[in-house]
Design a protein around this ligand. Sequence first.
Ligand code: AMP
Length: 147
Amino acid sequence: MSTYQHILFAVDFFEHGDQVAEKARQIAAQNNAKLSLVHVVDNLPITDPAYGPIIPFDVDLTQEFLEASKKHLQELGEKLQVPVERQYLEMGSPKYEIVRVAEDNQVDLIVVGSHGRHGFALLLGSTANGVLHHAKCDVLAVRLADD
Ligand code: AMP
């Protein structure tokens, strides 16, 4: 049976701690595979006038998000021993960017967290679902423990 050679862990810093990271690390170690990380800063407008007095709507927080994400990515990279050149920080739609990074780098397994949504929430779509439908390689959806 063929083993995985390059595993891409798609990390969303807001929602899960170590459980998915640990799974990705273990699978990479068991397969003697390279491990890479990707985080995508969604380019939705984050200058919403609804924030009113808290965030003036002419302030663009994209740069701050990118800086903070880069720092988180580097910390996780150190923890998982993933070198900087395999820490991908992208902007755009997470599901498309994750799949693009996987294709550009001959990834054969993408690891994502999964909320196990169903019904209407699933129809609305999720990143895990989007990656699963668009990726040409295998995708492992690790169920998040708080479901
Ligand atoms: P979601 O279904 O959108 O809640 O996200 C499920 C999983 O997709 C997360 O646990 C991550 O593995 C991945 N993911 C979500 N958003 C991002 C993001 N912006 N960048 C990289 N991976 C993400």
